[in-house]
Ligand binder design. Structure first.
Ligand SMILES: Cc1cc2nc3c(=O)[nH]c(=O)nc-3n(C[C@H](O)[C@H](O)[C@H](O)COP(=O)(O)OP(=O)(O)OC[C@H]3O[C@@H](n4cnc5c(N)ncnc54)[C@H](O)[C@@H]3O)c2cc1C
Ligand code: FES
Ligand code: FES
Length: 1307
């Protein structure tokens, strides 16, 4: 119930409800066209929660619950009523209070599919373009596009391209989703009907339904709905609002048990950023006509405080001619939040957030101060009778309690006033500003500041601040006077000092000068600026992105090798696909939530659950004290606690489990468990701290030496030494960790989990429950993204849930919210590597020596408790006569890191490529030359003693070099860099190798053919979006089809959920090998059934000739033949070395960086992967798109920050930024190597899931080269490392532009 309050928000019910009288108790709206009435809806309940749990429309997904991912997008429509205009817009239903949709029409994904016409054209397009993998984001994506088409049947390409700013996908890399959207684009003006079938699906605006036309507040009573002592009131006039506020806040002096008593709610989007203040009375102000007024006057536009950001943009866009500031304001506001949030979020809500939270870098506050905005406020104290007209800066000093922002006036300015705004964020869309800045200035034709400009910064020193001294200084000064610029920069640096207590201080300070400089340049007519400076002043406009895909197929092996769409893609697009939290729950089911540690390195003193136990709906608390086994032996035999009992090792560690009658009750009660600590010590949080404290895992040290390193160094012409590091990253699977357990007879338990590793869940749960494994059945239906996080880290969640189910003898479901998931579960391992490398003067490596430190967090999670297994990645594709690798595993007070897509490979490749660049730099050679001179050839032996019998890296590298026109573009990049002072480009051609190991990775399959000819396949592999089930079905059809005329139609084959009935003691679905080996096990099982089919076939041939599939099975049934078989593959290491095969690839990435701010864009990527003879090229290409974009995120914008206490302070979508749809390459060309094969692969195929992730290293190195080019211009030619993630901050600091260089002189 009611999860629109994010974690941290106290939801203690109020025992003293606000004294408001009874009013209407029914809420009316329509849902997918059907009228709905809800009696006494809970004021805290979100629309998403209602449609999912109450109506059972589970196609709408909840992932972040913060407005940050868009998985919950639905479309709201308002019919015209009571003088308010009609509208239709996408919103985040996780933030939308159920009570606020009275009188509206709600459309969810289920409303799109038409009983007669079938799937909506958008749903079909997503399927056709392979735009869904795990499917967890899919409904939200479609609803975002749908709302666009509902308002414009002929949208432009630009509108489609920009539509997904509020939707995240972690699997597909957005390319196929955008491709699907673009099929609906129309050129304007449109000459022909573009999508007539769309029109068939679209009800025209406005729509009316009788239940929607009733007045909003018929009794005009202040109280509308009340449940669990919370009250919702829809204000329908300003005077009514003031009366209620006055009664609640002023008259009662805030003396209500529920804190301040009342809170206004406009769009309610602020709860996606901050836990809201507790209030028993929620006052909906979004329907107050006075607050929605817009008045366009000659001197400016007055907006009611409740006008949404989207509507402000629309209005200003329409009256651009009125003021020189309106166009730039609209342009800037496109980067505020996202469509869904802008659609509901109001001006007043944003500004009030800025008033209430000093750390909130409001874009509106910054740009509106510069735009000279004037607010009209009223106060509940005077019942709104006394109005104040104040600037935003003055507003920041007003007492917020009972204050209503009635109006925001944006004055009009003549064309002599120029407005410039800048926002620097971790990613381009849907990201809060790290620093924002706006400037309004009037410069005469003679180049003189005629008045003092307005210069405003956000994110530097608390709330948006004006640089008053600099403003005053510039008045009357000449723009073109170099000294004026320099003096202004000095003055600015003095008066605006970045807050020393916020992260990224140095960067924020550097942005003060950088953004001023860019704005200063932008004040000039671009044609009058030196050409080399123009790009620093221009606003970046991203072109429409595009891509191409090439591969070959072999029809003789169809359906294997055929690019068919994922089998479940249709039900994923219609919302019918069920994930764990979508499954119906028994009425008596309970919910569990973890209690987490708030210390990182301490001893638990007392755990006191009494407050939690006394709360409504709470059934009990489980701690280590109530367990027979409080943990389990993990992958490396270390004992790992399910919940800590004595010592806590990291902030966020599980301490216990609260079990309650609802998700919300459990979650709120978990926060009420009081835990005290003693012996609190300073946590070890980084590898360097661990080295200093000698906090290394015992026995984790390993070394690997081949050749003679000393001899190698002696033979070298140059030696380079340096260090490089990579940080944490979070998997960001949209479906968080979750499990459900149902107790059965005699101590048995059925677990449904979202795990990649059902066998492990079974073993861990049996251990914790202290029962034999045959009593634990684990099923995985489908997984909404995993990327390695659900190999070892799902087991503790599932086992704790099973324990709760066993204790209460009722089904229990545990769903981690995003913050708990990010706090409790570790991500990618950070690395720190020191290297010393020798090379000849023509670039041949002579010796490579590395000291590799990996941060593992507090506990070991990897299969091998040492570094040995990781060394295999550090050579990438390079030969050296001597290697010496030493590795240590650091123990820190952080969650146990775990596998994340291409673990070890991504890091190893980045490190060695960094080294290659360093060597090239030292020798003054292009890095390409060093790469090519050392690249492995067939027959080479790796430091890990693997002979490369089959090595085509040179071929792949040469092909992509040619297809991408690498040399031509490298020359163009050089030209571009000569022509531009501050925006620089780089290009990098990177070869990669991915090592595939099959040995000791058992997988099984069970094949059943039923009498009607339908085939059911079950394997040990888990479908998590990677298309495993589709490949398995293709292989089953291929293997069985040879016995019948026309083969076996794929529609006859169904691949079931994974269950420990089949996945017996099997390997997790990981390392990119699950699809191949489950297909192999399936083929083997089919081969066993083939014995029966051969007999049936012979009988058919004798009787009536070549049988069809149905005839064949009829005969087999008639003969009583066995049509069921299981098989298992458990490979030994091949004779040619420890690994089965290598997967080679190469990528060329061209990128651009603004050296002053560190902002980057990926202009083009050409990627070629050898996927062997692909089992399904459409799926493999999808893996490449998604893998590469995940790599981009890990390398460029995803950063986990911990505070000194060890708390993850990036545990929200507000702070943690995975790439969004406009971070992907503007051009993305993906190819699978044609005419390829793989003698040691299954059906000559190769894996595709992980190699492309590491290929994104080419993007960072391209950016590094752009930065190097800027440094070289000022003769700074020394080597500099660029550590990963190379965020905007690191890129700008690597550029380290001295303030003195910010001149009007282009040289
Ligand atoms: C995912 C996400 C991304 C975002 N990105 C950005 C961004 O890039 N830049 C940026 O600047 N902001 C961003 N925001 C913030 C967003 O702009 C605000 O959440 C939104 O504007 C708040 O408006 P609301 O109507 O939803 O306010 P609500 O959540 O309804 O209310 C917010 C506060 O304002 C008070 N309030 C509401 N109306 C009034 C009124 N008329 N008078 C006085 N007080 C009132 C409420 O009582 C409450 O205290 C983002 C938010 C989210 C969720
Ligand atoms: S779940 Fe609503 S935006 Fe993420
Ligand atoms: S398909 Fe988009 S998150 Fe998985």
């Amino acid at each position: 119930m009611a999860p629109f309050l994010p974690p941290g928000a106290s939801q203690q019910p109020c025992n003293n409800p606000p004294p408001v009288g009874p009013g209407a108790t029914e809420l009316h709206f329509t849902l997918n066209g059907k009228p709905i009435s809800v009696q006494n809806p809970d004021p805290r309940r979100s629309l998403a929660d209602y449609v999912r749990k109450e109506v059972g429309l589970t196609g709408t997904k909840i992932s972040c619950n913060q407005g940050g991912c868009g998985a919950c997008t639905v479309v709201l429509a308002a019919p015209p009523r009571e003088g308010l205009p009609a509208w239709k817009k996408p919103v985040d239903s996780c933030l939308q209070p159920l009570c606020s949709v009275g009188g509206l029409e709600v459309t969810t994904i289920e409303g799109l599919k038409d009983g007669k016409k079938g799937m909506h054209p958008l749903q079909k397009a997503i399927v056709e373009k392979d735009g869904t993998q795990c499917g967890f984001c899919t409904a939200g994506m479609i609803m975002s596009f749908y709302s666009l088409l509902e308002n414009d049947l002929q949208p432009t390409s630009e509108a489609i391209e920009g539509r997904l700013d509020g939707n995240l996908c972690r699997c597909t890399g957005f390319r196929p989703i955008l491709n699907a959207g673009q099929t609906f684009a129309c050129a304007k003006p449109c000459t022909k009907p573009c999508s007539s079938d769309i029109e068939d699906f679209s009800p025209p605006l406005p729509t009316t339904h009788p239940s929607l036309t009733a007045p909003l507040n018929p009794s005009n009573q202040p109280c509308f709905w009340s449940s669990e002592d919370y009250t919702w009131f829809t204000a329908t006039s300003l005077s009514q609002l003031y009366t209620v506020l006055h009664d609640q806040i002023v008259a009662s002096s805030g003396d209500l048990k529920c804190g301040p008593g009342a809170r206004m709610v406009a769009g309610n989007t602020s709860v996606g950023v901050y836990p809201p203040s507790e209030a028993g009375l929620l006052i909906d102000v979004s329907k107050v006509p006075e607050l929605l007024d817009v008045t366009v006057r000659e001197d400016g536009v007055a907006f009611g405080g409740g006008v949404t950001i989207a509507d402000v943009m629309k209005v200003l866009d329409g009256v651009r001619a009125l003021s020189s500031t309106y166009g730039p304001l609209v342009q800037y506001m496109q980067r505020v939040a996202n469509h869904q949030v802008r659609n509901m979020g109001s001006l007043a809500g944003n500004l009030m957030m800025a008033r209430l939270h000093e750390g909130f870098t409001s874009d509106l506050a910054t740009i509106f101060i510069a735009a000279g905005a004037v607010l009209t406020t009223g106060s509940a104290q005077t019942l709104g009778k006394k109005k104040e007209r104040v600037s935003i800066t003055q507003f920041f000093d007003l007492e917020p309690k009972g204050l209503v922002i009635e109006e925001v006036f944006l004055p009009a300015y003549g064309k002599e006033e120029k407005f410039v705004g800048h926002k620097v964020a971790l990613r381009r869309q849907n990201a809060h500003a790290l620093v924002n800045m706006a400037m309004r200035a009037a410069v005469t034709d003679e180049g003189v500041f005629s008045t003092a400009p307005v210069i405003v910064y956000g994110g530097v020193a608390g709330r948006a601040t004006r640089a008053s001294k600099t403003e005053e200084f510039l008045k009357g000064k000449s723009w073109g006077d170099e000294k004026v610029l320099q003096d202004a920069l000095t003055l600015l640096g003095g008066e605006l000092q970045a807050d020393p207590y916020t992260p990224r201080r140095e960067y924020r300070q550097s942005l003060v000068s950088a953004l001023f400089y860019k704005s200063y340049l932008a004040l000039a007519d671009p044609s009058k600026l030196p050409p080399r400076l123009r790009s620093a002043a221009a606003t970046y406009e991203r072109p429409i992105s595009s891509g191409s895909v090439t591969f070959d197929t072999d029809p003789s092996e169809y359906p294997v090798s055929k690019p068919i769409h994922k089998l479940s893609s249709q039900i994923q697009t219609t919302g019918e696909a069920q994930y764990l939290d979508d499954l119906p729950l028994r009425a008596d089911a309970l919910h569990a939530a973890f209690v987490m540690s708030t210390q990182a390195n301490a001893t638990i003193d007392v755990i006191d659950p009494s407050a939690a136990l006394s709360m409504r709906g709470v059934k009990g608390f489980i701690s280590a004290a109530s367990m027979i086994e409080d943990g389990y032996g993990n992958m490396v035999g270390e004992y790992e606690c399910l919940v800590a009992s004595k010592k806590v090792d990291y902030y966020g560690q599980a301490i216990g489990l609260v079990v309650a009658d609802s998700y919300e009750h459990a979650r709120v009660a978990a926060e009420m468990v009081n835990v005290t600590y003693k012996d609190v010590s300073k946590p070890v949080l980084t590898i360097k701290e661990a080295i200093e404290a000698n906090s290394l895992f015992k026995d984790s040290y390993r070394e690997l030496e081949t050749g003679d390193v000393s001899k190698g160094f002696a033979a070298a012409d140059v030696i380079v030494e340096g260090e490089v590091s990579l940080g944490h990253a979070y998997h960001f699977h949209l479906e968080t960790q979750r499990a459900q357990a149902t107790p059965g007879e005699e101590g048995a338990v059925d677990i449904v989990t979202s795990s990649q590793n059902p066998s492990q869940v079974q073993a861990v749960a049996a251990n914790v429950l202290n029962v034999p494994q045959h009593k634990v059945t684990v099923t995985v239906k489908r997984v909404g993204g995993a990327f390695g996080a659900k190999i070892n880290r799902s087991s503790p969640v599932a086992a704790a849930t099973a324990l709760a189910a066993d204790k209460f003898r009722r089904p229990v479901r545990t769903v981690l919210d995003l913050s708990t998931n990010m706090q409790m579960v570790g991500g990618r391992n950070p690395y720190y590597v020191k290297y010393k490398v020798g090379a000849t003067k023509d670039g041949k490596l002579t010796a490579v020596q590395m000291a590799i430190y990996m941060d593992q967090g507090y506990a070991f999670d990897f299969d091998g408790a040492d570094m040995a297994g990781l060394f295999i990645f550090f050579d990438n594709v390079y030969r050296s006569p001597a290697w010496r690798l030493e590795g240590w595993v650091a123990r820190t007070n952080l969650p146990a890191c775990t596998y994340m897509r291409a673990p070890g490979t991504l890091e190893g490749i980045y490190v060695i490529e960094h080294v290659i660049e360093h060597v090239a730099h030292k020798l003054g050679l292009p890095a390409d030359d060093v790469r090519e001179r050392n690249m492995y050839r067939k027959g080479d032996v790796t430091p890990f003693k693997q002979t490369l019998h089959y090595c085509n890296v040179q071929l792949v590298y040469d092909m992509v070099k040619k297809s991408s026109k690498y040399y031509k573009r490298r020359a163009e990049v050089e030209e571009f860099n000569k022509a531009n002072r501050w925006v620089k480009r780089g290009i990098c051609l990177l070869p990669t190798r991915f090592v595939v190991q099959w040995s000791d990775c058992p997988y099984s399959a069970l094949v059943n053919i039923y009498p009607d000819g339908s085939v059911r396949v079950d394997t040990a592999g888990v479908e998590m979006g990677q298309g495993l089930n589709t490949k398995v079905a293709q292989v089953a059809a291929y293997a069985l089809g040879t016995f019948a005329k026309g083969g076996v139609p794929l529609s006859m084959i169904r691949v079931g959920p994974t269950s420990t009935l089949v996945a017996n003691n099997s390997y997790g679905t990981e390392s990119s090998i699950g699809s191949e080996l489950c297909s192999k096990a399936t083929q083997k099982a089919c081969a066993r059934i083939a014995e029966s089919l051969k007999i049936a076939r012979r009988a058919c041939l004798a009787e009536s000739g070549e049988p069809t599939w149905h005839q064949l099975i009829n005969k087999a049934v008639e003969l009583g033949l066995d049509l069921q078989a299981t098989a298992r593959v458990d490979e030994d290491a091949p004779p040619w070395g420890p690994f089965q095969y290598m997967s080679y690839g190469a990528a060329v990435t061209e990128a651009e960086a603004d050296v002053l701010t560190g902002e980057w864009r990926i202009l083009r990527t050409d990627l070629l992967l050898d996927a062997g003879k692909s089992l399904n090229p459409a799926i493999d290409v999808g893996q490449i798109h998604g893998g590469y974009i995940m790599g981009l995120g890990n390398f460029l914008c995803e950063e986990i920050l911990y505070n000194d206490a060890g708390k993850n302070i990036s545990d929200t979508t507000w702070e943690y930024k995975v790439p969004s749809s406009q971070d992907i390459p503007v051009e993305f060309h993906v190819s699978l190597l044609q005419n390829s094969g793989n003698p040691s692969g299954f059906l000559r195929s190769k894996c595709s899931g992980e190699p492309p992730t590491a290929m994104a290293a080419s993007a960072v190195l391209a950016i590094r080269s752009a930065v190097a080019s800027a440094r070289a211009e000022r003769n700074e030619t020394a080597w500099f490392p660029l550590n990963s993630p190379a965020t905007v901050e690191k890129i700008a600091l690597a550029g380290s532009t001295p303030k003195e260089l910010l001149t009007l002189n282009a040289e």
